[in-house]
Design a protein around this ligand. Structure first.
Ligand code: NAD
Length: 262
């Protein structure tokens, strides 16, 4: 079979990492509203359970909450085996879990770098390694990876974040070429500034910092996570390639005008 040709979300099983908050939560709710069976994966079990319950309340097939740290390759493999065994075949995988880091490069530590990379980049690769083989074997599946406009825009004090997101775009495009002859599509969504709590999960000088003021500012600006959710499901349905979303009237958009368009 040659593909990926897109998946009808209604009745599909969709696994969303980082599904307990923000963009992942909005994607889970939108998928459930479209009749998908949603598997909400998050390192925060309570958040995953809350979102799965909200999905089920929408009248979709019952959603499932699974706890997993995407930075742990073994745990992601166990997750894939468990989902396949207990929930069923996976049609769509959304590698969304991600974290932030802010600060001058030399003020952040190697440990900060490794922590960020282990989630934002390795986490995406772990998802592809764990769920990809069954999709390729079946000749059916869509993977949607969440990168960022930061992949294209060199942001001050965000070197590690920008570097991981650029790598996610590259990984996605290479996998798209690799898996297309096997019937599996790979898309990558690059959001602009989106109003989510991501700024609360920020690390600096080797430790997590609350950065409440920054988090509140982030929540008060930017586009709705549902705008990204819509783009994610559109990628699943239509097997789109690289999709920028949410740059209008933001600082990122102004910067992007001077940068190569994705
Ligand atoms: P968020 O903080 O609201 O949600 C992230 C979720 O990922 C949380 O539920 C968190 O518990 C989970 N998570 C964190 N580490 C994890 C791990 N190791 N394993 C499993 N789950 C983990 O953030 P968001 O803004 O919704 O971010 C989602 C994705 O979108 C990220 O990849 C982020 O980089 C990307 N993104 C966000 C923005 C933005 O402005 N918010 C812009 C561009 C890209």
């Amino acid at each position: 079979m040659s593909g990926g040709r897109g998946i009808d979300v209604e009745g599909a099983r969709i696994v969303i990492t980082g599904g307990g908050s923000g963009i992942g939560e909005a994607t889970a709710l939108r998928a459930a509203a479209s009749g998908a069976a949603v598997v909400v994966v998050d390192i925060d079990g309570a958040a995953a359970a809350r979102v799965a319950e909200a999905c089920t309340a929408l009248g979709a097939p019952p959603a499932v909450a699974r706890v997993c740290d995407v930075a742990d390759a073994g745990a992601v493999h166990e997750l894939a085996a468990q989902v396949e065994r207990e929930d069923g075949a996976v049609d769509v995988l959304v590698n969304n879990a991600g974290v932030g880091i802010v600060g001058p490069f030399l003020d952040t530590t190697l440990e900060d770098w490794q922590w960020l990379r282990s989630i934002n980049l390795d986490g995406v690769a772990h998802g592809c390694y764990a769920f990809g083989p069954a999709m390729v074997a079946r000749g059916r599946g869509q993977v949607v990876n969440i990168a960022s406009g930061a992949a294209y825009i060199p942001n001050r004090h965000m070197a590690a974040y920008c570097a991981t997101k650029a790598a996610v775009v590259s990984l996605s495009q290479c996998l798209r070429a690799d898996w297309r002859p096997h019937g599996v599509g790979v898309s990558v969504v690059c959001p602009g500034v989106i109003a989510t709590p991501i700024a609360t999960a920020t690390r600096y000088r080797g430790r997590m910092v609350p950065r409440r003021a920054r988090a509140e500012k982030a929540l008060g600006m930017g586009h709705s996570p549902d705008l990204v959710a819509k783009a994610v499901l559109d990628c699943a349905r239509r097997d789109r390639d690289v999709v920028p979303v949410g740059f209008e009237s933001t600082l990122a958009y102004k910067l992007l005008r001077g940068a190569p368009q994705p």
